[in-house]
Design a binder for this molecule. Structure first.
Ligand SMILES: O=C(O)CCC(=O)C(=O)O
Ligand SMILES: [Fe+2]
Length: 262
């Protein structure tokens, strides 16, 4: 197992700027000011062209291999049924069967720099102060989470990823606490997903309580291959609806700049 988890020597903080610069010529930037306006207005934005289908497919195969190897575990947290593996971005699992994760993770780790580029290009007045300050503050983290929801109606009840009213919000080491989360980035890794499989990501409108919500109070998003959802970790109430098929995703929580090592 140790050999399997050996590092790939990928340093996200250094690498983010370099890889963004290197790929900008060929792939362009995934985010525009419209994405940031949606993020501000709705608390979330869906981006379908950040990760190519090939990259997502390779990541999906590696995620499945991780599960098959028994690396993912249920956290026994009330309200969530997923099995997860928390991985250091600097030491993604080595070996061919896991290599597919890396390009997908790299794409997610570039997002903070990409968002800052958008903010730098756009007039501040055109964007809200809250989203601008969060984009300026957010940084690529040094951990990511791989999650699998099984087919037995596995779900995650409505919650905030950064919830000050939760006793556990400040638990953990600096940089890894829920309270450190700024934006949540989730890449879905599910080829051939269709509505009969359930497992939708439900995003509630701002200010709505989940137990009093009517259908016009939320949007359901299919976890299709290569789709990325970006949302405000402290603002967007969300859930995973019961899933009737294996459902994989990789999650990155961008964190505040003040938490970066000097
Ligand atoms: O996989 C998803 O769609 C969301 C999962 C989630 O909300 C979480 O892990 O906090
Ligand atoms: Fe969540």
């Amino acid at each position: 197992m140790k050999a399997m988890l050996e590092g790939l020597e990928y340093a996200p903080e250094d690498n983010a700027a370099a890889t963004t610069a290197a790929t900008a010529e060929t792939v362009g930037y995934a985010f525009s000011s419209d994405h940031l306006r949606a993020l501000e207005r709705d608390g979330y934005v869906v981006v379908d062209d950040l990760i190519s289908q090939d990259v997502a497919r390779a990541a999906a195969a590696s995620a499945r291999a991780m599960y098959d190897r028994g690396v993912m575990q249920n956290l026994r947290q009330e309200g969530r049924d997923d099995d997860v593996a928390v991985l250091a971005t600097s030491s993604l699992p080595a070996g061919d069967e896991f290599a597919g994760l890396r390009p997908c993770v790299e794409a997610l780790l570039r997002v903070p720099d990409d968002l800052r580029r958008v903010v730098a290009r756009v007039d501040d007045d055109a964007l809200g102060a809250d989203v601008v300050s969060k984009v300026r503050a957010c940084r690529a983290p040094d951990r990511l989470m791989l999650a699998r929801y099984g087919s037995e109606s596995c779900r995650y009840v409505p919650h905030l990823d950064n919830d000050p009213s939760d006793d556990a919000n400040d638990a953990g080491s600096p940089g890894l606490r829920p309270s450190d989360r700024v934006f949540t980035l989730i890449a879905y890794l599910n080829p051939d997903w269709d509505a009969t499989r359930g497992g939708r990501f439900r995003a509630y409108r701002p200010g709505v309580a989940a137990d009093a919500a009517s259908p016009s109070d939320f949007v359901d998003i299919d976890p299709i291959l290569g789709r990325v959802v970006v949302f405000d970790a402290a603002k967007l109430l969300h859930e995973v609806r019961p899933s009737f098929h294996d459902r994989y995703a990789v999650t990155v929580w961008t964190r505040g700049a003040e938490l970066l090592p000097a």
